[in-house]
Design a protein around this ligand. Structure first.
Ligand code: ARG
Length: 459
């Protein structure tokens, strides 16, 4: 079969080369972006008087027909035509005849593929932002239901100080908020248009790049044609943002796995989000958060993969760059799937308030508060810390928690203790008193919830 570029060749392409170098298997996902870019390009060619109106109209009609066929699953892509760009060009020529051969005037596949990728990343970035917000909504809903629910806060996975479950959940809200912000920020740079850069050096045709930019709705054109066709930093940024987002998803997933274990029993994931064991009838496995945690590997891998592809490349286009596609498709699919699952999984999970409260009560997590109590009575905090250390040790040795000790016992450690210590040690009080900005105190968490909701209502 004759190639679109076959003129200077005397031999057919080796079969293995053809299969190995073809990208149509995956870049057919860019079909509509490719057509969108071509429609703008040919429109501009017409307006600039580079192609006659008649050709422009034929080409546009042909492209639209092809889009329709692809939508209806009637288009047959072939490996012989290598990639989506040449497949569509070939289809166009079959559709409208020789006029189809004029579409590629003043353009190269190099600025074409870069344009398709910009369109794809721009669209996908917006979708990511939308899906992250859905998870944030679910978090806010759960947090609102748990404004009073107390749980142990941890450091080193050891109980540290009690917190509100709403507070713990909202920590993820803000991580996701920054993830959204990172995607919006990278959108600014994805919004540059490479089309019109030609193969690498520009073109001899009197094209109007600003017009194509306007038609495709980009904010600016790349000022340098070499840069336009040879960088994929906008793809890297997407992959990096995705990797950070996936880290957050993975940490949340790990907590969901941990909390639903028999050891914790803080939450129960809905049956519809769990699976069973083929041998142990009693099992209910948190497969979804486990898999989300596991999928982090490929998302990180895709970032490292493309960084490595680009790192030693001389300017401008090199075939290596075709390797930018599968990774980003995979990352986008993985994350979109993850975000779509997370929202309803969070919404439907049951929170075991009693278990959480027991974990808070049967514990020494209120020890800091006795230290604060003595410090407020004038004892230097360091000294107070040492005294409470002894009290905790005494408690452990006598099988008593801090609320179980008597006033006499407290006073044997320091005369500063009075009867109000028992109020101070109650978990509700311990939480409520942490009223510094951003703390877990009820008033702070209520304010935080308001802030979060306001953030979500922003356009
Ligand atoms: N399939 C190629 C890619 O994805 C399109 C650009 C090819 N350009 C070239 N000069 N071979 O990178």
């Amino acid at each position: 079969m004759s190639k679109l570029w076959g003129g200077r060749f005397t031999k057919e392409t080796n079969q293995l080369v053809e299969t190995y170098t073809a990208s149509i298997g995956y870049d057919q996902r860019l079909a509509f972006e490719d057509i969108e870019g071509s429609l703008a390009h040919v429109q501009m060619l017409g307006e600039c008087g580079i192609l006659p109106e008649n050709d422009v109209e034929q080409i546009k009609a042909g492209l639209r027909k092809i889009a329709e066929k692809i939508k209806n699953g009637e288009a047959a892509f072939t490996v012989e035509n290598e990639d989506i760009h040449m497949n569509i060009e070939k289809m166009l020529m079959d559709e409208i005849g020789p006029a189809g051969g004029k579409l590629h005037t003043g353009r190269s596949r190099n600025d074409q593929v870069a344009t398709d990728m910009h369109l794809y990343v721009r669209k996908t970035t917006k979708e990511m932002i939308r899906l992250i917000a859905l998870v944030q909504e679910a978090i806010v809903t759960k947090a609102k239901e748990n404004k009073e629910t107390m749980m142990p806060g941890y450091t080193h996975l050891q109980r540290a100080q009690p917190v509100l479950f709403a507070h713990h959940l909202l920590a993820y809200f803000w991580m996701l908020e920054r993830d959204k912000e990172r995607f919006s920020d990278s959108l600014k740079r994805t919004d540059w248009l490479p089309l019109g850069a030609g193969a690498l050096a520009g073109t001899t045709f009197p094209i109007d790049r600003e017009r194509t930019r306007e038609l495709l709705g980009f904010s600016r054109i790349y000022p340098n044609s070499l840069d336009a066709v040879s960088d994929r930093d906008f793809v890297l940024e997407f992959l990096a943002n995705a990797a950070i987002l996936m880290t957050h998803i993975s940490r949340l997933s790990e907590e969901l796995v941990l909390w639903s274990s028999q050891e914790f029993q803080f939450i129960e994931l809905d049956d519809s989000f769990c699976t069973g064991s083929s041998i142990m009838p009693q099992k209910k496995n948190p497969d979804v958060p486990e898999l989300l945690r596991g999928k982090t590997g490929r998302v990180f891998g895709n970032l490292i993969g493309l960084l490595t592809v680009l790192k030693g490349l001389p300017l401008a286009y090199n075939k290596d760059m075709q390797e930018d596609k599968e990774g980003i498709f995979d990352t986008a699919d993985t994350l979109q799937g993850a975000l779509k699952l997370l929202a309803p999984m969070i919404e439907t999970m049951k929170v075991n308030r009693e278990k959480m409260f027991r974990a808070v009560s049967n514990d020494y997590a209120n020890a800091t508060d006795i230290a604060d109590y003595l410090a407020k009575k004038g004892l230097p905090f360091r000294e107070a810390h040492a005294v409470i250390g002894q009290i905790v040790l005494y408690g452990i040795q006598h099988g008593k928690y801090l609320l179980d000790l008597t006033l006499d016992e407290y006073q044997s450690f320091s005369p500063l203790f009075e009867a109000d210590i028992f109020e101070v040690l109650k978990p509700e009080h311990v939480v409520k008193m942490r009223n510094s900005a951003g703390g877990t105190g009820h008033a702070q968490v209520a304010a935080q919830l308001q802030m979060a909701e306001k953030q979500l209502r922003k356009p």
